[in-house]
Design a binder for this molecule. Structure first.
Ligand SMILES: [Zn+2]
Length: 287
């Protein structure tokens, strides 16, 4: 069974298994300062299902638009489903999950797990130039003032409901002999990750390590050493053949910056997994 996966930056992916298209998050119309994506949310012409990891705008913003244009069914927390219903998606095309459900979506069996959000604003990580958010904003305002203001407005003008996480979910997607793990914010519930691994060997784990302003969260405790030990810890529980990072890109400059994947390679390889680095818009074959 042929399957492909395409990265749309942040934690948004387009998964196609045989003839079924499943979006993992739906944040496509990003800040004008972010690196461009292959196309706009308005141009998405195929989606059978949209899985939402959590309800923040940088995960759900375009789910209602895409579901409205394609007829897709949206799966997510109560709040995530409410957000797309508010945008006109009929209730029968939403499936509320609180973690623990199994769903058959075409050829793909999806299992949901309770997860956690990273701690936003608890601690700020300096970018590779040693700058904090304030310094990055000042630099961009000086060099590209209009772009800086447009990008900051993009982040600030968010619908109220999309400022709440709604209770994050993690997902395992299985088809043929392939098993994919995905979550979309740097938080982990140990029991959920163990249960995900207990389903069988994970071929690919899409692991979140939001840079800049999010401190990783394990069972409600902050990981003060940052994203690297957090990703290593997730890898040791999941034991995936391959790890691909997500939510580590420069999705809303000047607030964000790209966190170099190579920081994570030694910890991931110590666990016997392979780190694969892919770029925004890139399509990879899964087999
Ligand atoms: Zn979030």
């Amino acid at each position: 069974m042929t399957a492909t996966l395409q990265w749309f930056g942040t934690a948004t992916w387009r998964l196609e298994v045989h003839d079924t298209v499943i979006w993992l998050d739906a944040y496509i119309n990003r800040s004008p300062a972010a690196p461009p994506l292959p196309y706009r949310a308005d141009d998405v012409d195929r989606a059978d299902y949209i899985l939402i990891g959590h309800s923040h705008f940088d995960h759900i913003a375009d789910a209602g638009l895409v579901a409205g244009n394609t007829g897709a069914t949206v799966i997510g927390s109560e709040l995530s489903c409410e957000i797309v219903r508010d945008e006109g998606i009929p209730a029968e095309r939403t499936i509320v999950s609180s973690g623990g459900e199994e769903l058959d979506l075409g050829p793909v069996r999806v299992t949901t797990f309770p997860s956690l959000h990273g701690f936003n604003g608890l601690k700020e990580w300096p970018d590779p130039q040693g700058r904090d958010r304030r310094a990055r904003v000042a630099a961009m305002r000086a060099s590209q003032p209009e772009l800086a203001e447009a990008s900051l407005a993009h982040m600030n003008n968010v619908p109220e409901k999309q400022r709440n996480d709604g209770g994050p979910l993690a997902y395992v997607l299985e088809w043929a002999s392939f098993r994919l793990f995905w979550h979309d914010t740097p938080g982990m519930v140990r029991d959920s990750w163990k249960a995900a691994a207990a389903r069988g060997p994970i071929d690919l784990a899409l692991l979140s390590a939001a840079a800049a302003f999010s401190t990783p969260n394990i069972d409600g405790e902050p990981v003060d050493d940052g994203a690297v030990p957090f990703v290593t810890g997730m890898t040791s529980l999941l034991r995936p053949a391959t790890v691909v990072m997500n939510h580590h890109d420069d999705w809303c400059p000047p607030v964000t910056f790209h966190l170099d994947e190579e920081h994570f390679r030694p910890g991931i390889e110590d666990q016997g997994s392979t780190l694969r680095v892919i770029g925004t818009g890139e399509i990879i074959a899964l087999e």
